[in-house]
Design a protein around this ligand. Structure first.
Ligand SMILES: CC(C)(COP(=O)(O)OP(=O)(O)OC[C@H]1O[C@@H](n2cnc3c(N)ncnc32)[C@H](O)[C@@H]1OP(=O)(O)O)[C@@H](O)C(=O)NCCC(=O)NCCS
Length: 160
């Protein structure tokens, strides 16, 4: 079931993010700080964290998206991650489709998702492609020397 995150499940969310296997300790600290800011209402309008919970209510997938500042209707899917035990069950695709539906109803035009050009992320690239995203840009050496950034986009409405 897809639903907003709850303050009392912060430890479970951190456990999920740790299990994903993609984030180092600095990144996990950053994400913990973001979650705390979110629960304190400090992230700003539109910043949204969702989980997909299993039958027991345990969060097994997580997504975070927000509006891009100084744009009209452009949003960024900053994070999507699924517990390793729960992958290839359609959870990430369902989260993305859910987010797109919610955003389209509010007049959002464009959804971005950014990743590093790292073979570890090949599954994510395949996911974005399946969901209809196209690679719009590549910034060389963005994350570190030799680690480019890929930006994928998808229009959310028929607006030009
Ligand atoms: C990428 C990730 C979110 C995919 O989650 P998921 O729930 O397994 O994805 P889904 O089951 O919804 O997959 C939907 C489609 O995406 C593609 N896909 C997903 N994972 C894939 C993989 N590892 N290899 C190839 N294709 C993949 C497939 O086309 C899949 O459809 P199919 O199963 O019918 O072939 C998950 O592997 C993950 O959490 N990875 C680590 C975190 C990460 O990379 N996040 C993205 C950057 S923040």
């Amino acid at each position: 079931m897809i639903r907003p995150i709850r303050p009392e499940e912060c430890p479970a969310l951190m456990s999920l993010l740790g299990a994903v296997g993609l984030f180092g300790s600095d990144e996990l600290d950053f994400l913990r700080g973001l979650l705390e800011s979110h629960f304190q209402g400090q992230l700003g309008d539109g910043h949204t964290w969702l989980v997909d919970a299993d039958d027991t209510g345990r969060p097994v997938a997580i997504a975070y998206y927000a509006p891009e500042r100084l744009t009209e209707g452009t949003w960024n899917l900053y994070l999507i991650a699924v517990h390793p035990d729960q992958r290839r069950m359609g959870r990430a695709e369902s989260l993305i489709r859910h987010i797109e539906g919610v955003l389209a109803q509010t007049g959002a035009r464009l959804l971005l998702v950014e990743t590093a050009f790292d073979p570890l992320l090949a599954g994510a690239w395949a996911l974005y492609k399946k969901c209809g995203y196209t690679q719009e840009a590549r910034i060389a050496n963005f994350y570190a020397a030799g680690v480019d950034k890929l930006i994928f986009t998808k229009p959310l409405s028929t607006d030009p």
